[in-house]
Design a protein around this ligand. Structure first.
Ligand SMILES: [Ca+2]
Length: 139
């Protein structure tokens, strides 16, 4: 769940895992770009990562940007396919997902960190996963 209390925690406690790429591409080209230059499109496997992405969204406050969430045969899955989608970590924007014309197979994150489904061919900035998350251990 994305909220500002978590954002404050994220600012001090987490290494940067996600990178905002301000380079408009459709979802599939964004995925290729991330896989070539970083690791993958942003994949959120737990609340810690969700918090981190929320911080990155807050920091880069711009417009809706792709994340690594898309549908295959009607089922949402993460780009890196390492884990099932944890719906407790996803907050949809009001009225989303609405799958307009049955053609919205990809997900973007809004500036408040809430998600919407959208047509994959839309050009948007996007979030890449840059490194594998490494929690800092408290002494
Ligand atoms: Ca939609």
């Amino acid at each position: 769940v994305l909220n500002r209390n978590l954002l404050l925690t994220g600012k001090n406690s987490f290494q940067y895992k996600f990178k905002y790429v301000k380079n408009n591409k459709n979802w599939h080209d964004a995925q290729k770009y991330c896989r070539s230059n970083y690791v993958d499109l942003a994949t959120i496997t737990d609340d810690t990562e969700n918090t981190h992405l929320a911080y990155e969204i807050e920091r880069e406050y711009d417009s809706e940007a792709w994340i690594g969430l898309s549908k295959k045969q009607g089922l949402w899955q993460w780009s890196d396919q390492t884990s099932a989608v944890s719906w407790s970590s996803i907050t949809w924007q009001s009225g989303q997902p609405d799958n307009v014309n049955g053609n919205e197979e990809c997900a973007c994150a809004g500036t408040e960190g809430q998600m919407a489904d959208d047509t994959c061919s839309t050009s948007r900035a996007f979030y890449s996963t840059t490194t594998v998350f490494q929690p800092r251990h408290k002494p």
